[in-house]
Design a protein around this ligand. Structure first.
Ligand code: NAP
Ligand code: MN
Length: 268
């Protein structure tokens, strides 16, 4: 088998995605590509058929593989996807000719420490730290070991530039041009009263910043951590440290990809 011609296709179970998979597989086979039955980490490409949610779940399921990845949108928004199903033929032509580039994206990484151990979690879009039981949470937030604020409210969202158009945008965060590799900390319903003071806008930090979040002791078990929409609960969290990971997500983009064109197309 020529491993350089192996391609992984991951698809969700909607009938449109299954149809799209069948069509794509046939086209690729005609050109001598091998479509893997089991996910192959030495393949040259991952194609994900579904919405942005399926794209994110595929990345998590296969532990952020070090292989170029492309989305075909059969979902609702498909902001992360590069093409629609009707563009498959022209995509394959352009792929064979090398008419694309790879955009390397660093996910955000959280090291979540409890009284017992530390666990890592990654997010291509974002990692959210929020209250689990509909109550206010109080978080001490430091940047590079300097205490910036004691936050009170629903929680905070730490977004990558890629995630800036997702949940971050819905809660009033800024859209970040992908040429900037930054972390954005956006508050979720921050409280500003005589009792508590929190920043009401996002804070944008450089790629090498480390954010430390220390929950107030008595509420530590009412925190939920949400990485790209997937929820995790840990008991007795003492500290959460967040930074841009050294992992690279290799997003395949066609040469004429234009971020702002996509924003206008999908959002306005
Ligand atoms: P979902 O509830 O279907 O996602 C909400 C919407 O966010 C979907 O329309 C999804 O696109 C879109 N989306 C995902 N990543 C995006 C990106 N980078 N830029 C622009 N839009 C994006 O849940 P899901 O499909 O499992 O996706 C998980 C993501 O949902 C999380 O990472 C979070 O960013 C987002 N989310 C948003 C809100 C909110 O805006 N209030 C609340 C919770 C979660 P598709 O339609 O193509 O799936
Ligand atoms: Mn979705």
């Amino acid at each position: 088998m020529d491993f350089n011609k192996a391609i992984n296709i991951v698809y969700n179970d909607s009938s449109f995605s299954v149809e799209t998979f069948k069509y794509l597989k046939e086209k690729l086979n005609e050109l001598g590509y091998y479509v893997c039955d089991v996910f192959d980490y030495t393949a040259e490409l991952v194609i994900c058929i579904g919405g942005d949610g399926s794209f994110l779940r595929a990345l998590h399921q296969y532990s952020f593989p070090d292989i170029p990845i492309l989305g075909i949108n059969t979902g609702h928004l498909g902001f992360l996807a590069e093409i629609n199903p009707e563009e498959i033929d022209s995509f394959i032509e352009r792929y064979v000719k090398g008419d694309y580039f790879i955009h390397n994206i660093n996910p955000v990484e959280a090291v979540i420490c409890t009284r017992n151990d530390c666990i890592n979690s990654f997010g291509l879009n974002e990692i959210v730290i929020k209250g689990d039981k509909s109550r206010t949470i109080h978080l001490d937030i430091s940047v590079d070991d300097q205490l910036i604020q004691r936050f009170s409210g629903d929680g905070i969202l730490v977004s990558t530039s890629t995630g800036s158009t997702a949940y971050n945008y819905s809660i009033g965060g800024s859209i970040i041009d992908p040429r900037l590799n930054v972390l954005q900390v956006t508050p979720l319903a921050p409280i500003n009263t005589n009792a508590y003071r929190s920043f009401t806008s996002s804070v944008v930090l450089p790629h090498d910043a480390t954010i430390k979040v220390n929950p107030e002791y008595r509420f530590e078990d009412s925190i939920v951590i949400v990485s790209d929409g997937m929820e995790y609960r840990y008991s007795s969290i003492t500290e959460i440290s967040l930074k841009l990971s050294e992992l690279n997500i290799k997003m395949l983009r066609l040469k004429d990809y234009e971020f702002w064109e996509k924003v206008i197309d999908k959002f306005l």
